[in-house]
Design a protein around this ligand. Structure first.
Ligand SMILES: [Zn+2]
Ligand SMILES: [Zn+2]
Length: 294
């Protein structure tokens, strides 16, 4: 098709996530700052992600079965298609965005900027990656101690690394996501990188799929078992929905952590973790008010 035949496109076509974030600002002016910050994060992410090659790591039904049996995440740090220049750029620009919106203290900002210039950045990121991925191996068959501390143990620096690594890790998740045998993974931690879920989606078939807080992989998990401590006693799970039925919270009365879910059964769009994390900020406040933590 020549340029002349191409249908006219809007002057500026925005990613769907940005459109949704702008819509949140319209409906909830009190969330405007959070939405603006996430628009910048989405744009940063997209710019880098387009340059990340699809990774090639060994993947077969047999390999998946072995990792499932050992509860061992699939992706080794060395297999992530990392470009050091792009990683540095991400680390420093994510810090700039968070700082500008007041989400990063000055001391943490300085620490991250130094890290972004440091020759040892790769080693630091490797350590951050492995400390979560290897935890399940050392803990024995994939069981983190009940009530174990959340993954964001390392504080704000770890959160910056999570955002900075997302373009690279989500490319890896894309490969695994397409495998039908991902359905054999039964653990509450991510099959790819070993991190905890930090969001979930309820499918039209009423299954609950957990979404990894680090690489965004999605995998099926029992709908009423707490992924943080594996409590499956339904009388110890408090679940409530928003008035529009769009989101649901599962709070555990054993470990006192909660998980938010996007209810895809009545949705007009797919789940978008970055968008939905902003839209559900009032839900976080409600859950915390009831004494639960994320
Ligand atoms: Zn993951
Ligand atoms: Zn729990």
């Amino acid at each position: 098709m020549s340029d002349a035949e191409r249908p006219a496109r809007p002057a500026r076509s925005e990613p769907r996530e940005v459109v949704e974030l702008r819509a949140i600002t319209q409906r909830h002016p009190e969330l405007a700052d959070a939405a603006s910050m996430h628009i910048e994060l989405v744009e940063l992410h997209r710019r880098i992600r387009g340059r990340v090659p699809l990774p090639s790591f060994a993947l077969s039904a047999e390999i998946l079965a072995r990792h499932e049996a050992e509860a061992r995440p699939l992706l080794r740090f060395e297999e992530i298609p990392l470009d050091l220049t792009d990683l540095r750029l991400m680390v420093r620009q994510i810090a700039d965005v968070l700082r500008r919106f007041g989400a990063l203290e000055h001391a943490d900002y300085q620490r991250v900027q130094t890290l972004g210039r440091d020759m040892k950045l790769l080693a630091t990121v490797g350590e951050w990656y492995r400390s979560v991925a290897d935890r399940h191996v050392t803990a024995g068959v994939g069981v983190a101690a009940p009530g174990a501390a959340p993954d964001d143990d390392g504080g704000m620096v770890a959160q910056v690394l999570t955002l900075a690594m997302r373009p690279f890790l989500s490319r890896c998740a894309e490969v695994l996501q397409q495998r039908p045998d991902l359905g054999t993974w039964t653990h509450p931690h991510c099959a790819l990188c070993g991190a905890e879920p930090d969001f979930a989606v309820i499918t039209p078939a009423a299954e609950r799929h957990l979404i990894c807080g680090r690489c965004t992989l999605r995998w099926k998990f029992e709908p009423l078992t707490c992924p943080y401590c594996r409590n499956s006693d339904r009388s110890m799970i408090t679940s409530f929905a928003t008035s529009d039925g769009q989101y649901r919270v599962y709070a555990c009365d054993r470990c006192h952590r909660y998980l938010k879910a996007f209810d895809g059964r009545r949705a007009t769009r797919p789940v978008m973790p970055l968008v939905d994390s902003v839209a559900t900020l009032p839900l976080d406040a409600a859950a915390m008010q009831r004494g639960y933590m994320s």
